[in-house]
Ligand binder design. Sequence first.
Ligand SMILES: *[C@@H]1O[C@H](CO)[C@@H](O)[C@H](O)[C@H]1NC(C)=O
Ligand SMILES: *[C@@H]1O[C@H](CO)[C@@H](O)[C@H](O)[C@H]1NC(C)=O
Ligand SMILES: *[C@@H]1O[C@H](CO)[C@@H](O)[C@H](O)[C@H]1NC(C)=O
Length: 224
Amino acid sequence: MKLEDNLNEVLSSPGLTRKRIAFIGIGVLVATVVCISVIVAVSVKSSSPKSSSISMRYYTERLGSTADAIKWVRYSSQNFSLTDAFAGGTGANGDTVYVCRAEHPSKTSYKDELIPGTFFPSNGSCEVPYDDKANPHSVFDLLITKNPSRLLWANESKGKLQSGTISGGYTAYDEELYISRFRTYGYTVLGKIHLAHMKASGPVEGYERYSEDYDVLCFVDYEL
Ligand SMILES: *[C@@H]1O[C@H](CO)[C@@H](O)[C@H](O)[C@H]1NC(C)=O
Ligand SMILES: *[C@@H]1O[C@H](CO)[C@@H](O)[C@H](O)[C@H]1NC(C)=O
Ligand SMILES: *[C@@H]1O[C@H](CO)[C@@H](O)[C@H](O)[C@H]1NC(C)=O
C-alpha cells in the first residue's frame, strides 16, 4: 500500500487528529523517565498543510525499523548527550550547532508553544525564536538519529515547504512549526518556519531574525 493511502487512512480516522497526536506526545514526555518523544510529524506539501500530518511513530512503524528511528530526546543544560544528535552546521562561535526545540510560554494564550531552535553545546543552551527575541532554554529536546542521511535540508523560500517536511513543533494555536536553517553573518542559524509568517526565523545574538530564503528539514525517503 502506498504511504499516501495510509496517510489518508490515518487522517480519516477521527481519533487521530494532529492535536491528539501532539497531546499523546506530551503525555509520553511527562510520563517516561527516558523522555523519548515521538511527536515528530511529517507534513505533505499541499495547499492545506494543516490537514496532512502523520506521527513519527507511525512513520517508523511503516518503515519497520527502529534502528532508523528519528526522535526527540529531552535533556537539560546540566546533563545532555550529543551522541546521535542531528548537527545543523557551524554556529556563531565556530562550534557545531544542533537542532533543538523547547516549550516556550505564549504571550497571547495560556498554552505553551513548542518551538524549534538552535542548540549551543558550549553553554548547553537551546535558543528558540519568539516575540522578536532569542529565548534561551535550559530544558529542551534534541533531534536524535543514528542515520542522518535519512534527513535532508531542502532549499525553499517564502513559507513554502517540501514533500516530507518534518514538523518540529506547534504554536499555542496548534499551527505547525517546521525546522529551518539559514545563514547570517556567515554562520548557521537553526529555527522555525511559521507558515502564517511566510518566512523562517531563528535566534541571532539575542534577537529573533527573519529570512525569506531558508532550508527546510525533510525526510529523504518519505515516498517509500
Ligand atoms: C545524566 O543523565 C544520565 C542519563 O540519563 C543519568 O544516568 C545521570 O544520572 C544524569 N546525571 C545527572 C547528574 O543528573
Ligand atoms: C550560548 O552560546 C551562544 C554561542 O556563543 C550564544 O549566542 C548564546 O547567547 C549563549 N547563551 C547563553 C544563555 O549564554
Ligand atoms: C537555493 O539557495 C540559493 C542560495 O543559497 C539560491 O540562490 C537559489 O535560488 C535557491 N534555489 C531554490 C530552488 O530556491
